[in-house]
Design a protein around this ligand. Structure first.
Ligand code: AMP
Length: 114
């Protein structure tokens, strides 16, 4: 089982900022900004490259969950970044879809070729 499945199933104790029937959210272990939260589907899907039409509602829920958390953490007015890395060139390290919610400070543009 992958590390994010273990977190979702509470096999690795992790404080959830949010949980519903489809998603859970928790703080990134290596934050790159004052707010750095990961929103993941409870269902194991390796990457966006693996989603199908069946996952349309789930992928929408990930964004709605991130928006709710941004509102709760009061970073919506100033703005934030949502990021999903896909595969090797996208820099994805954990093979379970996760949406990064990054904010709480003005963010630099960091999407550039190596
Ligand atoms: P990515 O590079 O998009 O695959 O992002 C993976 C993210 O997961 C990184 O920002 C890691 O810091 C984070 N991460 C890995 N393991 C954990 C964990 N056990 N709890 C919280 N965040 C984690």
């Amino acid at each position: 089982m992958c590390v994010f499945c273990k977190i979702a199933k509470k096999e690795i104790p992790t404080e959830f900022l949010y949980e519903d029937d489809l998603t859970v959210a928790f703080r990134d272990i290596h934050p790159i900004a004052p707010v750095h939260v990961l929103v993941i589907p409870k269902k194991h899907i390796e990457s966006v490259a693996n989603i199908t039409e069946v996952d349309e509602r789930l992928m929408g829920r990930l964004i709605l969950t991130a928006k709710k958390i941004a509102d709760d953490l009061k970073i919506s007015k100033e703005g934030y970044k949502l990021l999903i890395r896909v595969g090797e060139y996208g820099g994805q390290e954990v093979p379970h879809i996760h949406l990064h919610l990054i904010g709480g400070a003005r963010l630099s543009e960091d999407i550039k070729p190596i």
